[in-house]
Design a protein around this ligand. Structure first.
Ligand code: TYD
Length: 139
């Protein structure tokens, strides 16, 4: 069964000099899977919420490359809320973790590094279905 304990923050390399800062993330190195897709969330209106789903297979790393937001992760038993507010920090989210994203700052941009191509069939958008699937993995 997927567990909150398997979700973790990743400190990405940061190169600073008088010209500014640069961070990077390498597939199968800093990011613990091969990256097949990237996408990004932006222009989120005040009070806007995103997420409200889990994935059956997809793994992700989320990075607040601008601004900040909060994300609550839920494994069906336990929940943990993270604040993403560092341009050189990613949050690893394995499969079968429900996520709710909220409190986006006006300038928030969330970059998502994903392990698979987009597939709507991989989504679980019903929370009760998520709970039943999450608990069925226990046996
Ligand atoms: P969704 O994953 O629900 O967004 P969020 O988790 O941020 O709330 O996706 C929103 C819409 O965008 C939905 O219609 C699916 C579509 N979409 C794609 O077409 N390709 C993608 O790579 C992603 C992530 C979403």
């Amino acid at each position: 069964m997927a567990s909150i304990e398997n979700c973790y923050l990743i400190d990405l390399p940061k190169k600073d000099d008088i010209r500014g800062s640069l961070s990077f993330a390498e597939s199968c190195n800093h990011v613990p899977f091969a990256i097949d897709r990237i996408y990004y969330l932006y222009d989120i209106p005040k009070g806007g919420e995103r997420g409200a789903h889990a994935h059956k297979v997809l793994e992700q790393v989320m990075i607040a490359i601008s601004g900040h937001f909060k994300i609550t992760l839920d494994d069906g038993d336990k929940r943990e809320t993270f604040v993403l507010d560092k341009k050189n920090q990613g949050l690893f989210i394995p499969k079968m973790i429900w996520r709710d994203m909220f409190n986006f700052s006006r300038d928030a941009v969330c970059l998502v590094l994903a392990s698979e191509y987009f597939d709507e069939k991989d989504y679980i958008r019903d929370y009760d279905e998520f709970l039943s699937l999450a608990h069925s993995y226990e046996s």
